[in-house]
Design a protein around this ligand. Structure first.
Ligand SMILES: [Zn+2]
Length: 256
């Protein structure tokens, strides 16, 4: 077995505070496109900024039109072996929390409780009113758009928007605070499928490392932390993670 897999498994099984950080790379195996890679949506469309969404009905209509196009892929996307492996880890009591840049909700779909998933960029399965903050399922808004209500609004008159962070929109302060706090106080910081370039994600491995945490990275492409991390595995998460969790489980049962 890969030496890196065993090293990570050993750290996990030691039973400290284990934090996992996930990016687009964990969801590509579920058919969710990585927006930053070639041919991603960013190539085809100029993004709609938050200010435009708030100030222009045309921008809102265009936003919802794009959203409706993505909807079938979004609802049909299923968690892959990497998501399931993290749920197994949680059930073994070996996973404190997942910090994610993803908005697909697949960690929860796989079975992780909401409160264990810190979604830095929001969740596209939910809709939030930009005025009163009320949350509702994406399904409801989607049905309205399909029925001809092209830029749906809340009962309060506010604009409905998927509960994700748009370009030009503030990051959710409370979630960032919690993510930083966890990074500062963990024993293992395991990065899966993130290039660690987008802020504030880019700083978190640094916090973890500076506080003496073990830093491991599973990613197909380069990251700025490749030379400072303790273990680096260049492989697909869905192939490596189940093996790590399996090995952790064996090590944990041996130590009991
Ligand atoms: Zn409202």
């Amino acid at each position: 077995m890969n030496e890196g897999i065993l090293q990570i498994a050993k750290r996990i099984a030691a039973g400290g505070k284990n934090i996992v950080f996930t990016g687009a790379g964990i969801s590509t195996e579920s058919g969710i496109p990585d927006y930053r890679s070639d041919g991603g949506i960013w190539e085809k469309h100029r993004p709609i900024y938050y200010d435009e969404f708030m100030s222009s009905k045309e921008a809102r209509i265009e936003y919802w039109r794009r959203k409706a196009n993505l909807y079938p892929d979004l609802v049909n996307a299923q968690p892959n072996p990497a998501h399931h492996a993290l749920v197994d880890l949680y059930k073994m009591g070996l996973l404190e929390a997942v910090i994610t840049q993803n908005i697909d909700g697949l960690h929860q779909k796989a079975g992780l409780p909401d409160e264990r998933v810190i979604e830095l960029h929001g969740n596209s399965q939910r809709v939030r009113c930009t005025r009163c903050g009320k949350l509702s399922p994406l399904d409801d808004a989607y049905r309205r758009v399909k029925a001809g209500d092209l830029a749906p609004e809340c009962e309060c008159g506010g604009y409905l928007k998927p509960d994700t962070i748009s370009f030009g929109q503030m990051m959710p302060a409370e979630k960032v605070r919690r993510a930083v706090e966890l990074s500062n106080a963990c024993d293992l910081f395991l990065v899966i499928g993130s290039t660690l370039i987008v802020h504030p994600a880019a700083l978190m491995p640094d916090y973890a490392k500076r506080h003496g945490s073990f830093l491991a990275i599973i990613n197909l492409s380069e990251t700025p932390y490749d030379n400072v991390c303790d273990v680096l595995i260049r492989a697909k998460a869905g192939e490596v993670l189940p093996a790590i969790v399996e090995a952790s489980s064996v090590m944990k049962s041996r130590s009991l």
